[in-house]
Design a protein around this ligand. Structure first.
Ligand SMILES: Nc1ncnc2c1ncn2[C@@H]1O[C@H](COP(=O)(O)OP(=O)(O)OP(=O)(O)O)[C@@H](O)[C@H]1O
Ligand SMILES: [Mg+2]
Length: 512
């Protein structure tokens, strides 16, 4: 066997030597070309063909590498270019193809293969064409958008035109699809798997249907409008384009409803973060980083989500009236939450980090029923720029509800309802419930308003009963305690509440 191989090697050498000798000058020529001619030739090329082309393929070149890393990016770019061209094509092209958009009921118009369309940007004309794939390595459906432009516009195209195409494409895509409500996944098996899942967001609430004080409502709408229209202003003053809202108030006063109204007003997607499913600060950062521009990031009931009050364990000791079992539960719950690696400082850092790292427009909304439980650092201006109190239903808010639910703008019962709403605390949710009352499928405005009136009178009686009861307890208690001791307790409590409220209102800050 070895002998046969040796024979083969020696005979191959004999036959190949002349071939190699003949090829030697080619190698020399190539080396010479590389060393001396390639550069001048490349300089000459723009004179011979001054046009540059850029292909944006449907799928990235290295599909195996890209599945998690760049597939999304590359195909995003293609989809964005298609969306952009959809608007250009509908104006200019004569031979089009139409495909149903991935979401929604619209069509995406694109060029038929071989077709070309001109687009103008800052006085410069570029050409887009649809071409078939040229390289097997694209491994795509074979489609690719080709941009052709003059060499002298290279910087303009790369620095300004292409980013503009992507931005416009993103806007077109977002405006063509239903908005989305994202929630963070509880479990994701692969570290690179998507962390958000979403459903279509089709909430009917608008600012028109939101019941609240009209001036306060207008103020919020103006604030949102101001935020949306002032990208350049934010950049000029060196602030990230973001705004934080803190919605606080009793249950059923419309905090979640307000978020839906904001999302509908701005046409933004909503990212609803369930903090209790997160384990570490890293999880939170990952979530934030994967949110897109033009979105509202919501953390509901921030006071319940985590032990975010900093020293809640000391400020809220278990009441002595609780039985042992409940105390144990509370203690183990606190221990469990303290064990969690998601911390208040983590939350603060990542909110701040996110804002400085992301350029897109984002709104963050926290909601709480218990403003005083929150750490001032979390809700200070700059993080939560605007504090909105969602309060009990007063007459103007009631009018909105009556108009929405009963299509009634005036009624003889309104006067009595107005008077009661000045003194009785009832939530818009409770008022709405009365308005929805129906008898055998029919909804009668008088009956609904009568039921509300009855409810208000009942609440007034209950409140008066409660006041009498409280007054009685206070007088009984004061008899049992020494006057000086009692006064000191109340003074301490009042001072601490006042300090806390001042901190939250941003009037003064703790020195420690
Ligand atoms: N201000 C409001 N305007 C219109 N409808 C309201 C308003 N407040 C409450 N509602 C009605 O009551 C329901 C409950 O309101 P919502 O969930 O917004 O209250 P919330 O303040 O978020 O309560 P919670 O603190 O318990 O989360 C809503 O579905 C809506 O129909
Ligand atoms: Mg809510």
């Amino acid at each position: 066997m070895m002998g046969v191989l040796d024979n083969f090697r020696s005979s191959a050498w004999i036959y190949l030597t002349p071939v190699a000798a003949a090829c030697a000058p080619i190698g020399v020529l190539r080396t010479y070309f590389n060393q001396h001619l390639r550069r001048p030739m490349r300089r000459l090329l723009p004179f011979l063909d001054p046009f540059v082309t850029i292909d944006i393929a449907a799928k990235p070149q290295d599909y195996s590498y890209s599945y998690y890393n760049s597939k999304a990016k590359s195909s995003d770019a293609y989809a964005e270019v298609l969306a952009y061209l959809s608007t250009v094509c509908s104006r200019e092209a004569r031979e089009l193809r139409a495909e149903g958009a991935d979401e929604g009921h619209g069509f995406v118009l694109s060029l038929r293969e071989g077709q070309e369309v001109a687009d103008e940007f800052e006085g410069v004309t570029m050409w887009w064409s649809a071409v078939a794939e040229e390289k097997a390595s694209y491994r795509s459906s074979g489609r690719c958008c080709r941009l052709t432009f003059h060499e002298r516009h290279r910087r303009l195209v790369v620095d300004e035109y292409l980013p503009y195409v992507r931005r416009t494409g993103q806007d077109v895509t977002v405006s063509n699809r239903p908005r989305r409500l994202y929630t963070n996944k509880k479990h994701h098996d692969h570290p690179r798997e998507e962390v958000w899942s979403y459903i279509d967001f089709d909430h009917p609430t608008t600012f028109d249907t939101l019941a609240m004080d009209p001036d306060q409502k207008q103020n919020i709408m103006d604030d949102l409008e101001d935020f949306r229209n002032n990208k350049d202003y934010y950049r000029r003053i060196g602030r990230a384009w973001k705004r934080g809202y803190l919605l606080h108030g009793p249950p059923g006063t419309g905090k979640s409803t307000m978020i839906a109204a904001m999302a509908n007003y701005l046409s933004y997607d909503v990212y609803d973060i369930e903090l209790t499913t997160l384990h570490t600060n890293y999880d939170l950062r990952k979530l934030f980083i994967e949110t897109k521009s033009k979105s509202i990031i919501v953390i509901e009931d921030i006071d319940c989500s985590l032990d975010l009050s900093g020293n809640r364990a000391t400020t809220l000791p278990p009441s002595p009236t609780q039985d042992d079992e409940v105390v144990d539960d509370v203690a183990s719950d606190r221990k469990r939450r303290r064990g969690s690696m998601l911390t208040l400082s983590g939350l603060l850092n990542f909110i701040d980090g996110l804002w400085s790292a992301h350029s897109g427009e984002r709104i963050i909304v926290f909601t709480t029923n218990h403003l005083v439980k929150l750490d001032p650092a979390l809700i200070r201006r700059g993080r939560m720029d605007k504090h909105i109190e969602m309060s009990y239903c007063r007459f103007e808010a009631f009018r909105t509800l009556a108009k929405n639910y009963l299509e009634v703008e005036e009624n003889p019962l309104f006067d009595a309802i107005r008077e009661l709403l000045q003194v009785v605390d009832i939530t818009p949710a409770d008022v709405a419930e009365c308005m929805m009352m129906s008898e055998r499928g029919a909804r009668d405005a008088d009956a609904c308003l009568g039921s509300l009136l009855h409810e208000l009178k009942k609440k007034l009686e209950e409140e008066e009963e409660q006041k009498k009861h409280d007054a009685k307890i206070a007088t009984d208690g004061s008899k049992e305690k020494l006057p000086s001791e009692n006064g000191k307790d109340n003074a301490d409590e009042d001072a601490s509440t006042r300090r806390r409220q001042n901190q939250i209102a941003g009037k003064s800050w703790p020195t420690e």
